[in-house]
Design a binder for this molecule. Structure first.
Ligand code: GLP
Length: 245
């Protein structure tokens, strides 16, 4: 696996934006998988800057986000749709109709998830999937103990994820109990995956993902099966790694 160690969030932004911008210029009709959370924010900021100052073109890009909280409307302060609009889509020339986030208000979540998978398949699959990692090793909202072959579906959030994400809500009680999330199998189908991690609180999960056994305890360890997985890590997030990269 390819590991890039960066000094800080700014460098993470540049390295991440380089990977995405190069891929976009090679294939303008690009299918980009996106993640929320604070980690990819510097990457989105740098993409917005390159759009504004260097004309990076998103006009033929189609996006699919990893996940959405169940029960949050698109305009809810903490919905992932709103997060994406505010942090990326509203600032680049991407047609909003081509941006997809699972509908957390869907009356029939199972049908919504099946339709989401079908839409990804219809466009020929994801070219590059951006990922963060939870402190418990989750990717998307694929919590420890889930199937490593899972597809988009409704999932229950682990207690550790509820605690981690409580900082965005008034209290832990307000964090939704479940989410719709692409599965690990969905993520593994992407041509390339790029996982970003920063901060010491991710060091254990990153080491388990890269060097630990392939196991349900660390869902991100499934990326070991991916032929083109890139990890972009700050030094503190990489501090538990034993091997040299
Ligand atoms: C959430 C998201 C994940 C994200 C994780 C880490 O649980 N569903 O996709 O990777 O949080 O977030 P952060 O980058 O803020 O640490």
């Amino acid at each position: 696996m390819r590991v890039e160690i960066v000094a800080d969030a700014d460098e993470m932004g540049r390295v991440g934006a380089d990977l995405i911008a190069q891929a976009l210029s090679a294939k303008p009709h690009f299918i980009l998988g996106l993640a929320t959370g604070s980690t990819p924010l510097p990457v989105y900021r740098e993409l917005v800057r390159r759009h504004r100052e260097e004309g990076l073109d998103f006009s033929r890009v189609i996006t699919f986000n990893l996940d959405e909280y169940v029960g949050l409307a698109p305009d809810h302060e903490q919905s992932y749709r709103r997060f994406m609009n505010e942090n990326l889509f509203d600032h680049v020339n991407i047609p909003l109709a081509g941006t997809h986030v699972p509908d957390g208000m869907a009356e029939d979540p199972e049908a919504e998830c099946a339709a989401y998978e079908a839409m990804i398949e219809d466009v020929g699959g994801i070219d590059l999937q951006v990922l963060g990692i939870g402190s418990n090793g989750h990717i998307g909202f694929n919590e420890p103990g889930g199937s490593l072959a899972s597809r988009t579906r409704q999932v229950r959030l682990a207690q550790s994820t509820v605690s981690d994400n409580a900082r965005f809500f008034a209290s832990a009680e307000e964090v939704p109990a479940s989410a719709l999330s692409m599965g690990i199998g969905t993520v593994l189908d992407a041509e390339r995956v790029v996982l970003f991690a920063s901060g010491e609180n991710k060091a254990e999960a990153v080491a388990a993902a890269l060097e630990g056994p392939l196991c349900a305890k660390c869902p991100a360890s499934a990326l070991q099966l991916h032929p083109d997985a890139v990890f972009v890590l700050t030094e503190d997030a990489a501090s538990n790694l034993a091997l040299e990269y």
